[in-house]
Design a protein around this ligand. Structure first.
Ligand SMILES: [Zn+2]
Ligand SMILES: [Zn+2]
Length: 123
C-alpha cells in the first residue's frame, strides 16, 4: 500500500492536515458535489414537472418521427457546478428527453465536448 503523506491545508494559515487541497473547513464552495447534491433539489423537481407538462415529448425522438413521453430535462450544454452554473436555469439550455435519448446523449454526444460544432454527416 502506498503511503500518502498528509499535507497542510492550502488555506493560508490553516494547520489542518489533508491528503490534498483544503481541509473540510476550507474546501472551496464550488467544489464538485455528489450527483444528489449537484442542484437537483426540490426546486428543480418542481421546475421539471412544469417543464415536462409544457414539453411532454422527447425532442430527440420527435425529430425521428417518434412520439415518446419525455421524462427528463436535459441540459443541452452540460453543466459543471449544479445550480451555481449559469446554464443550470437557462431555459434555452433545456430540452425534454426520454430516458433512452438522455443516456444516449450524455454517453455519446456530450463526450465529444460541446465546443465541437454539430455536423450533419449525411449531407
Ligand atoms: Zn483548512
Ligand atoms: Zn427519446
Amino acid at each position: 500500500m502506498p503511503f500518502q503523506p498528509l499535507r497542510r491545508c492550502t488555506y493560508p494559515g490553516c494547520r489542518n492536515k489533508v491528503q490534498f487541497g483544503r481541509c473540510d473547513e476550507h474546501k472551496p464552495k464550488d467544489n464538485r458535489l455528489p450527483a444528489s447534491q449537484r442542484g437537483y433539489d426540490s426546486r428543480w423537481t418542481k421546475y421539471r414537472a412544469q417543464y415536462l407538462k409544457a414539453h411532454p415529448l422527447c425532442v430527440m425522438c420527435l425529430v425521428k418521427g417518434k412520439y415518446t413521453p419525455a421524462t427528463v430535462i436535459d441540459h443541452i450544454k452540460p453543466i459543471e457546478n449544479g445550480q451555481a452554473d449559469p446554464l443550470f436555469w437557462a431555459a434555452d439550455n433545456h430540452q425534454a428527453l426520454c430516458r433512452d435519448c438522455h443516456s444516449y446523449k450524455t454517453r455519446v454526444i456530450d463526450q465529444r465536448g460541446f465546443g465541437a460544432k454539430k455536423r450533419n454527416e449525411t449531407y
